[in-house]
Ligand binder design. Structure first.
Ligand code: ZN
Length: 396
């Protein structure tokens, strides 16, 4: 992991703050809101932009014009290859009038770029593109390859990441850096996620003669409480405990009618060390136990979304090169962190066992919020760290 100082300096000098801010603002201007999934225009822009900057670009169809865009900088050999990953969709800005300025007309104030997606994660994506572009002229100087992948649909079903894995594209890479907002901490772990849908059924009756009916709402309340209390939680040094939350409950008709049906959803956030299969088994055991002790309990349930937690050891090459690059840029060790949400990286680990680590400008607390912003100094630092990480990973 030796790197020539002159090469590193040349690459860093090519990363221009104004260019980076301009590209970040340009990306924020696209209303790539998901749902419904309006990434077509930004995908076309990213394709043209990466081409114009000298990357070898492939547009990868995921359906409906929602293209993943992959831009390569190839060194003298194809491997090792590092993937710099960011998503091009954003969540809704909500009520635009609650923002100090239009969420899709980004402004710069006090050294920050404001707009929907500034932190999550068009700023990170811009920093990755600028970093890769800074390597284009130096591609004879390093061995492996680096590519920026802008995925669609991270905020909903992660279709972009899933298609990239299914199509075999992921097989070209040895590791990935996910540019989600970590406030420039190196996040080696992510929580996992299990979403549970439950439905209890009962028997309608007049509330004044409730013993003639079976109250499906009561059954659901008891059941969700049993799951919340009895599911085995674990602790993790970066995350604390497993989260278990009933988040949706629907049922009933009228105040004086015993309801015959109730639906609920539970959101469970796993910490590394737990698996989705273990959680499924535990829920199965809890439901079986509840049904055993209450013959009138009728319940259907399913897991409708699962993503495993991830954790990359500190000795992993991608963690080591990223940490080294951070020290080269900032002159100190990076903070370590656990990323609380799931990302495209969760898919890359679960489906392709790709080593990943997360590192990006902006704070997760800004993601999905009103008046979202990213600090320009963090954009520049992130871009420099990405470029040196790529050089370190590829080898010179
Ligand atoms: Zn994100």
């Amino acid at each position: 992991m030796y790197m020539r100082r002159d090469l590193a300096n040349r690459v860093i000098r090519r990363i221009d703050e104004h260019d980076l801010v301009r590209l970040t603002r340009k990306l924020v201007e696209f209303r790539s809101v998901n749902p419904p999934g309006e990434e077509k225009a930004i995908s076309e822009f990213l394709e043209a932009e990466m081409k114009a900057r000298g990357l070898k670009v492939e547009a990868l169809n995921t359906g409906g014009g929602r293209n993943n865009v992959l831009g390569w900088v190839k060194g003298s050999r194809s491997r090792p290859a590092l993937l710099l990953n960011g998503h091009s969709d954003v969540v809704t800005p909500g009520e635009a009038s609650r923002w100090k300025s239009d969420p899709f007309k980004p402004v710069v104030r006090d050294g920050k770029v404001y707009g929907r997606g500034a932190a999550d994660m068009k700023g990170g994506l811009a920093a990755m593109i600028i970093a890769a572009a800074a390597l284009v002229e130096e591609s004879r100087e390093f061995r492996g390859s680096v590519a920026v992948l802008a995925t669609v649909d991270e905020e909903v079903g992660k279709i972009g990441a899933r298609r990239f894995v299914e199509s075999g594209g992921i097989g070209s890479f040895d590791a990935a850096v996910i540019g989600e907002p970590t406030d420039l901490a190196v996040a080696t772990a992510q929580k996992g996620m299990v979403w549970v849908r439950l439905e209890t059924s009962g028997k309608m009756a007049h509330a004044s003669q409730s013993d003639l009916g079976v109250n499906a709402v009561h059954k659901m309340m008891d059941l969700t409480t049993a799951i919340r209390k009895r599911l085995q939680v674990r602790r993790h040094r970066l995350f604390g405990r497993t989260d278990v939350n009933a988040t949706v409950v629907e049922g009933g008709y009228k105040v004086n009618v015993i309801p015959d049906s109730c639906r609920a959803q539970i959101d469970i956030r796993l910490v590394p060390g737990q698996t989705c299969a273990q959680v499924r088994q535990q829920i199965e055991n809890i439901v079986a136990h509840e049904c055993g002790s209450d013959p009138s309990l009728k319940v259907k349930w399913e897991l409708f979304e699962t993503l495993e937690p991830t954790e990359e050891p500190a000795s992993s090459p991608v963690v080591r090169v990223l940490t080294t690059a951070y020290k080269q840029v900032k002159g100190e060790k990076p903070k370590k962190w656990g990323f609380p949400a799931t990302t495209d990286g969760s898919v890359f680990v679960a489906e392709a066992e790709l080593p990943i680590t997360l590192f990006g400008p902006g704070r997760i607390s800004e993601a999905h919020s009103v008046d979202e912003f990213v600090e320009i100094s963090q954009l520049v630092d992130a871009s420099r760290v990405y470029a040196l990480t790529a050089l370190n990973f590829c080898g010179v």
